[in-house]
Design a binder for this molecule. Structure first.
Ligand SMILES: Cc1cc2nc3c(=O)[nH]c(=O)nc-3n(C[C@H](O)[C@H](O)[C@H](O)COP(=O)(O)O)c2cc1C
Length: 366
């Protein structure tokens, strides 16, 4: 029997930012308002999704004109659900760890420990300039994020917390109340060398952009080897834009339409920003360093994971990701409410069946 522990987890991107998850003029029946999102969260927990991930954006150079703040928004979604865990994005710089630790501890207390955080290190210089935040070099951003994570964890787990970092200082600080159990999980986003090394030292979860199974395997092996050497364990989440339809032809036609109707000006503006961010890491392997125009139409390279086809094809590809060590699939959709429901009804049961079959084979082989 597979236990829930063995099952790949599912998350969806909270559309708390307008414009959906693709930079395209294709019709998207996705709202960014709270009523749409509350309903979506309820559909998602019914459908078997474990997590929802909210986004942080202060400004948008690429069409995402309206952006709700993720901590407040995540709390509203938690208040409307009973099982779903909601991951609130936090951006070191605008957030400092003392405020973040207290905000999240309170939400954790109010929601029986269902809140988590995603520490994003930032890629959008114009956004930092707009809000008067200093813009650090790529690897300095990660050094700050690592201190941020160490500070959060320290505040949440210790009394009389003392920390002397280059970015943050704490002296004999005791947070009361601390978060409820389980403690908020700490996710991070980013694929560069600095991002991976940070994951291998301090994060509970590493989130990466979409990619092929072979490329994801390289990242998983790299991070897990480094984490082992650090006596740390880290779980892996991969982004994907899912287009599940009754036939493969229908799903492919939707992808073609998204690309044909892409907004070239907005995609190129986004590409310009993120290519700078990707190249800025010293080894040049950051997110988006290899992305084509078509890839960039989905903000986080979600087409590359190829969860596009029939429910059966998608389930098999998810299990292939799991086999190389992926623990969670993060999903974006064109029409969120309808497609999250369809995914839960048609795809997740197939994944569970394949997982159960694999577990029986594994037991027989023992
Ligand atoms: C799953 C995921 C979610 C992310 N969410 C956000 C976000 O909400 N806001 C943001 O500004 N950046 C977000 N990022 C961007 C990362 O924090 C990071 O800045 C970016 O991936 C570039 O990192 P790299 O150069 O280390 O690869 C996200 C990245 C991933 C993979």
């Amino acid at each position: 029997m597979t236990t829930s522990h063995d099952q790949v987890k599912f998350a969806y991107w909270v559309p708390n930012v307008s414009g959906g998850l693709v930079i395209s003029k294709i019709e998207q029946r996705t709202g960014w308002d709270i009523d749409y999102n509350r309903r979506l969260a309820q559909i998602a927990e019914q459908a078997g999704f474990d997590y929802a991930l909210s986004q942080i954006r202060f400004t948008a150079g690429y069409g995402a004109e309206f952006q709700h703040e993720p901590v407040a928004f995540s709390h509203a979604l938690l208040a409307a659900t009973t099982k779903l865990k909601v991951i609130a994005a936090l951006l070191p710089g605008p957030w400092n760890p003392a405020v973040a630790a207290k905000q999240i501890a309170t939400i954790s207390q109010l929601t029986e420990g269902r809140v988590a955080v995603n520490i994003v290190s930032g890629w959008f210089r114009g956004e930092f300039t707009a809000i008067g935040e200093p813009w650090l070099d790529h690897d300095e951003r990660y050094r700050r994020s690592e201190e941020f994570i160490r500070a959060l964890r320290g505040i949440w787990t210790q009394d009389n917390f003392t920390f002397r970092g280059d970015f943050y200082r704490f002296s004999d600080y005791t947070l009361k109340p601390k978060p409820a159990y389980p403690l908020p999980e700490i996710f991070q986003g980013g694929s560069s060398r600095a991002a991976r090394d940070m994951a291998a030292r301090v994060s509970d979860w590493y989130f990466t952009n979409g990619n092929s199974v072979a490329e994801i395997k390289k990242q998983v092996d790299d991070i897990r080897a480094k984490a082992r050497a650090n006596n740390h364990s880290v779980k892996i989440g991969v982004n994907a834009f899912a287009i599940a339809r009754d036939t493969e032809a229908e799903a492919r036609a939707v992808l073609d339409e998204i690309i044909v109707k892409a907004d070239p000006e907005a995609v190129n503006a986004f590409g310009h920003e993120v290519k700078n961010a990707g190249k800025a890491s010293p080894e040049g392997q950051g997110n988006w360093a290899q992305s084509s125009f078509e890839d960039l139409v989905q903000y986080n390279d979600g087409f590359k994971t190829n969860l596009i086809g029939t429910p059966e094809q998608i389930a098999e590809r998810i299990v292939a990701l799991k086999e190389v060590g992926v623990d969670l699939v993060l999903l974006g959709f064109l029409h969120f409410q309808e497609e999250v429901e369809y995914f839960g009804r048609r795809v997740i049961p197939l994944v569970r069946a394949l997982e159960a079959k694999a577990a029986v084979h594994a037991q027989a082989a023992e």
